[in-house]
Design a protein around this ligand. Structure first.
Ligand code: HEM
Length: 456
């Protein structure tokens, strides 16, 4: 017999939704203390979700991937990334699309991006002045946007004197994208993503109208860029867009312009904020722990001057610092919702078809039994213990595992390595930095203020 959903939160569903939007971490802390590592919430207008912080149950979900629909559960993101996004696909279509998109993000290809990431970091940090304070999240956001524009979209400033169509597109896209993403930079402004009644396009005097206007402008620029690239298909093409345009599925079909544009936006949304925010947290933790900073600098110095990016990426302590940052600060606190296609048993409970499960990265990453003193930043734990995919899941798992995790990790390591080996920085403020919702992600409120003390 089917059981009712386990451990249902009893407050009204509209109240649960408001609390989920305002503070998803506080929400999960409160109810996991009350109900344990599996409980159910009801979000008004969105439905019921079973939140799971139990690694065995998550392992059961990962190992039965094909029994869930995931794309359908990501419907909330459709107004931002378009209906042709990988994130909204299921079944064979999802498998085919992932196969098309995967090669530029893995294997040999990824190695070629290292030099470019180092160059971008150098160009942006060269602008720092001694004695200057800056918001570290704005700086990491500049880097990660530049990485996406150059490596994924294949755009760059080019020659200032002769503004080519590509350089024009780059110049227009940069402020437009930043502006667009900043439209959901607080819980209140993010609420339009969750409440359908706020999604009214009544021109530029409504927040949603402004959002849609920016989106149309971005789509027009991307369309122009795709057409321009198509005329030069034989000449260039080390960027992800060129590789996507050249890719063919097993029936010899190329991606349509609509698919290309939606996938570019998906990559932008999935890859830009996430990496920038995680890097900001890494700086925050490293500069709060002088012993961690010292160990990192000794490790980096051991490679001598101008080390190869791939050597940097393999440093064990630097890797552990990135892993620990991703553990403590999951930018997306829960994985994509998994909707059961048919009745199923998870963790001993019988669930009906259409039950939606949300594996919680946050709940797993703060388990005392896996991570003793979970509130303490301790990179060493990753040097002494191995974690299974259901015990450590910053990039999700199974067939939906983050497409860009190799690029994200490479970018994190190289940016940290470049900055820590060249500059002396300090935190600009003593007070603890809190988490704040930014769209679908969680970011440091205020962005982490830092001071440029000098060069090393
Ligand atoms: C620190 C940075 C990042 C974090 C923490 C992160 C995390 C995640 C998580 C948790 C998921 C959901 C997985 C699941 O439900 O099982 C995901 C999916 C995804 N990520 Fe990332 N991500 C990061 C960077 C990136 C980058 C740089 C890109 C691309 C350049 C990217 C592209 C994607 C895509 C396309 C998906 C959807 C995959 C699918 O539906 O098949 N992410 N990411």
């Amino acid at each position: 017999m089917l059981s009712p959903l386990p451990n249902c939160i009893t407050t009204p569903s509209w109240w649960q939704l408001i609390n989920w939007i305002a503070d998803p971490i506080g929400f999960q802390q409160k109810y996991s203390q009350k109900y344990g590592d599996i409980f159910s919430m009801r979000l008004a207008g969105l439905g019921s979700y079973v939140l799971i912080g139990n690694p065995q149950a998550i392992q059961e979900i990962f190992s039965q991937d094909s029994k869930f629909n995931v794309g359908r559960g990501n419907k909330l993101a459709e107004p931002l990334i378009g209906k042709n996004s990988l994130m909204l696909m299921d079944g064979d279509r999802h498998r085919r699309e992932r196969k098309l998109l995967m090669p530029p993000f893995h294997g040999e290809k990824i190695k070629t991006y290292g030099e470019q990431i180092c160059l971008i970091t150098e160009q942006i940090t060269n602008q720092w002045q001694i004695g200057q304070t800056f918001v570290v999240r704005s700086f990491t956001q500049k880097i990660s946007l530049e990485v996406i524009l150059q490596i994924v979209f294949g755009l760059s400033e080019g020659d200032e004197r002769s503004l080519t169509p590509r350089a024009y597109c780059y110049k227009q896209l940069k402020p437009l994208l930043t502006d667009w993403l900043d439209m959901t930079d607080s819980p209140l402004r993010s609420s339009m993503l969750f409440f359908q009644f706020l999604q009214q396009d009544w021109g530029t005097w409504t927040p949603w109208g402004r959002m849609k206007q920016r989106q149309r402008q971005v789509y027009d620029l991307l369309q122009a860029e795709i057409e321009e690239k198509r005329t030069k298909m034989n000449e260039e093409g080390n960027d992800v867009l060129s590789l996507m345009m050249a890719a063919r599925d097993e029936n010899g079909q190329a991606m349509t312009d609509g698919e290309l544009k939606d996938e570019l936006l998906t990559i932008l949304f999935a890859g830009h904020e996430t990496t920038a925010t995680t890097l900001a947290w890494a700086f925050y933790q490293i500069y709060q722990h002088p012993d961690v900073l010292e160990k990192l600098q000794i490790e980096l110095d051991s490679l001598g001057e101008n080390p190869n990016p791939m050597e940097l990426a393999q440093l064990p302590y630097l890797t552990a610092v990135c892993q620990e940052t991703l553990r403590m600060y999951p930018v997306i606190p829960v994985l994509f919702p998994r909707i059961a296609k048919s009745p199923m048993k998870i963790a001993g409970y019988e669930f009906a078809a259409e039950t939606t499960f949300m594996p919680s990265i946050y709940l797993v990453h703060y388990r005392e039994d896996l991570y003793p003193n979970p509130r303490r930043f301790q990179p060493e734990r990753f040097l002494t213990r191995q974690y299974s995919p259901a015990e450590y899941l910053p990039f999700g798992g199974g067939s939906r595992r983050c497409l860009g995790y190799t690029l994200a990790l490479l970018e994190m390591k190289l940016v940290l390595a470049m900055v820590l080996s060249k500059y002396q920085l300090a935190l600009g403020e003593d007070k603890p930095v809190k988490l704040q919702r930014r769209g679908f992600t969680l970011a440091p409120a205020g962005g982490v203020r830092m001071l440029m003390v000098g060069k090393r």
